[in-house]
Ligand binder design. Structure first.
Ligand SMILES: Nc1ncnc2c1ncn2[C@@H]1O[C@H](COP(=O)(O)OP(=O)(O)OP(=O)(O)O)[C@@H](O)[C@H]1O
Ligand SMILES: [Mg+2]
Length: 229
C-alpha cells in the first residue's frame, strides 16, 4: 500500500534469499516502474521484466508463458504423469501491480488493437498463475498500491491470494482490502503487517546493502544455465 514503506526492498530481499538458497528455482520479476529489481540484473535464473517502454510485448508474453507452464504442470500432476516434487520452484514477483494493470490495458487496446476495456490476460493467464500456482510449484507475490478488482482487469482475483501483507495504510483502506476490524498502522520502513485468515502479525523486514544482495543472490548460481519460461 503506502509509498516508501519498503515494499520493493522486501521483494529484493526475498528474491536474493531464494536465489541463494535454491539454485534450481527460477525467479521472474515484473516491475513496470523499472527500478525495483535493478541490482538483480545479470544473475542466472533471475528473469527481469522491467522495460514497459520498448518491451511491453516481453512482459505480456512472459506472463502468458508462466501461465502455460503453470497449467501444463498442473495437468501433468492431475493426470499422475508427474509428481509435484518433479518440478523446481518458480517464483513470480510483481511490484507495482496497479501500474502493470494500466500498462496491460494500454497494450491491449493500442498495440493489440482490441476495443474491449479489459485485457484478456487477466482471465486467460494471470488467473491461472494465481489459482493453480500452488499446485504447480509456481508461487507469486504481487504488490498493489490499491488492490481492487478494477486493477486486476475486472476479475475477482483477490481471493486467489493465500494472504495479504499491508504497509503504510489508512484504516478504511485496510478494511476495504483485507477486512474488518481495521488495523492501526505502525509506521516505519520495513514495517509490514502479515495477514493470513484471521491472524495478523506485525513484522520488521531486513534492510540489505544492494551490492551485498546482488553477490548473495549470485553466489550459488555462478555458471548455471536456465531456460526462459
Ligand atoms: N526493512 C527496512 N528497514 C529499514 N529501511 C528500509 C527497509 N526497507 C526499505 N527501507 C528504506 O526505505 C526506502 C524505501 O524503500 P522501498 O523503495 O522498498 O519502498 P517502497 O514501499 O517500495 O516505496 P514506493 O512506494 O515508492 O515504491 C529505501 O530506500 C530504504 O532506505
Ligand atoms: Mg517500490
Amino acid at each position: 500500500m503506502g509509498s516508501g514503506t519498503g515494499k520493493s526492498h522486501s521483494f529484493l530481499i526475498k528474491a536474493a534469499q531464494i536465489a541463494h538458497k535454491d539454485p534450481y528455482a527460477r525467479i521472474h520479476c515484473f516491475d513496470t516502474k523499472q527500478i525495483s529489481f535493478e541490482v538483480l540484473h545479470g544473475i542466472p535464473g533471475i528473469f527481469i521484466y522491467d522495460n514497459p517502454v520498448t518491451e511491453m510485448d516481453r512482459i505480456w508474453d512472459g506472463l502468458y508463458s508462466i501461465a502455460r507452464l503453470t497449467e501444463s504442470r498442473y495437468t501433468a500432476v492431475r493426470e499422475k504423469r508427474k509428481k509435484l516434487s518433479d518440478f523446481p520452484d518458480e517464483w513470480v514477483f510483481v511490484d507495482e501491480g496497479n501500474d502493470l494493470g494500466d500498462r496491460l490495458k494500454t497494450y491491449w487496446t493500442k498495440t493489440l488493437g482490441n476495443t474491449s476495456a479489459s485485457p484478456a490476460i487477466w482471465p486467460e493467464a494471470i488467473a491461472a498463475i494465481l489459482r493453480q500456482g500452488r499446485q504447480a510449484n509456481v508461487f507469486g507475490e504481487w504488490m498493489f498500491q490499491d488492490l481492487t478488482d478494477r486493477a486486476m482487469g475486472g476479475q475477482s482475483l483477490k481471493f486467489a491470494f493465500g494472504g495479504f501483507c499491508a504497509a503504510g495504510f489508512l484504516p478504511n483502506q485496510f478494511a476495504r482490502t483485507v477486512g474488518t476490524p481495521a488495523e492501526e498502522c505502525l509506521e516505519g520502513p520495513g514495517r509490514i503487517l502479515v495477514c493470513q485468515g484471521n491472524k495478523r502479525t506485525w513484522t520488521q523486514g531486513f534492510l540489505g546493502d544492494e551490492q551485498w544482495l546482488h553477490d548473495y543472490a549470485l553466489e550459488n548460481r555462478k555458471g548455471m544455465r536456465y531456460e526462459a519460461a
